[in-house]
Design a protein around this ligand. Sequence first.
Ligand code: NAP
Ligand code: MG
Length: 482
Amino acid sequence: MSDVIAKIPTDLSIGGSWQPASDGERFDVHDPATGEVIASVASGSAEDATAAVAAADAAAAEWRATPPRERGEVLRRAYQAIIDRRDELAEVIVRESGKSWGDAIGELTYSAEFYRWYGEEAVRAIGGISMAPGGDKRIIAQHRPVGVSVLVTPWNFPAAMATRKIGPALAAGCTVVLKPASDTPLTALLLGEMLTEAGAPAGVVNVIPSRRSGATVGTMLQDPRVRKVSFTGSTEVGRMLLEQAAQQILNCSMELGGNAPFVVFGDADLDAAVEGAMVAKMRNGGESCIAANRFLVHDSVAEEFSRKLAEQMGALKLGPGMDKSNDVGPVINEGAREEIAGMVDQSASGGAKVLVGGKSPSGPGWFYEPTVLSRVDRDDPLLAHEIFGPVAPVTSFSSDDEAIELANATEFGLAAYVYSGDLAHGLRACEAIEAGIVGLNRGFVSDPAAPFGGMKQSGLGREGAHEGLLEFLETQYIAAAW
Ligand code: NAP
Ligand code: MG
């Protein structure tokens, strides 16, 4: 075990102290590049979840009364700590999630920026005062923290999905319980410790990894002290949490699955589109909710686009992220690799052409080759699935209407990408696509200062920007006789 991993506390962080699970349960964390166990972590029980909520509740009054500037400064110090300890954090992320070194560094810059942005936003929870239209009263509207918040995060961005929630929650004056994904609890535990070092008082941030996610999260959502759940993960689990949250009418933010179309019109700069496609597809090895999942390319350029994309995908170096020269790491686990391989095989037997990749290399680790499939049939089941891996299926269209219809033919509406050499043409397409985030002539869209979130079954609410702060605030209106 590396020193960096060995130094991370592996118990539950509740009320400022580290403690084992109430029943002593633990679970293993694996390195996807080797399949080896790299750590054993306490697995929180329902009882631990209740203790974490109690700790967050006990810390709530003082934290909400802490001046916004001071709350912001805790985040500012936490931002600096991520920057200063970037390489150490990158190693933890690479070892537990399998991503490439470059992707880990990119994730950490993005993660830290949420703390910086919300450190600044902490002082901008600005309300308003107005005269009522009837002239009988003043309308005072002010924001206050929504209350104890349960944060549930996925494995694909172990740091960023946590800071994107913790940043605005703390800025707003909420205390939190974070339940990280079981595949990647170490980064979250380390981030929790770093927040304490940055000055977050005991109980403000509690971290409870658990293999029993249904029981722990379910228990918290039933606890009357909890007022909010912020979830990032699959639509399937999000739907279940919404049902549970209905019991107590919890405030809900949901960042769910995606199936992003990447539309290339005949008037696009094809080389720029291929370059953007590489980013939109291969950032994080394809394991991103906003990853381009379906390439929809105009008839006139589909073959050329597919060929150029295959050249670039074929040139990527596959291997463990701890070797910084590798471009693409393994996928998260054996099950994910089997699912990806199955989808590609099915698509190939259904008539799609494998231009590059299409195999699991031999040797240890859960690797899958960067793959391009061309001439994919519109009804291919692959196009209806979130691939979550390094596979790019290309299909073609012949008119704008057809492109938009195909782009919108999904229950998801998170991200989309549009390439066109004509700005008005491109903007018209962006507006016609039902997605919360659209990249126009750009493959990279994430920014902490931009509102991130989905339409349709991709979610509720937005993270990032000022809107992300509002998700952790609620408005009180005071009708004032003046
Ligand atoms: P997941 O299976 O839904 O898990 C997400 C989180 O929910 C994990 O912490 C998981 O814990 C927990 N969980 C699982 N079952 C639960 C239950 N019954 N009750 C309460 N919590 C439960 O998703 P994933 O496989 O980790 O991540 C991939 C998905 O996340 C993809 O669909 C992707 O699109 C989506 N995602 C969305 C965004 C976005 O911003 N929209 C960003 C990143 C990822 P365990 O790990 O312990 O099971
Ligand atoms: Mg999962």
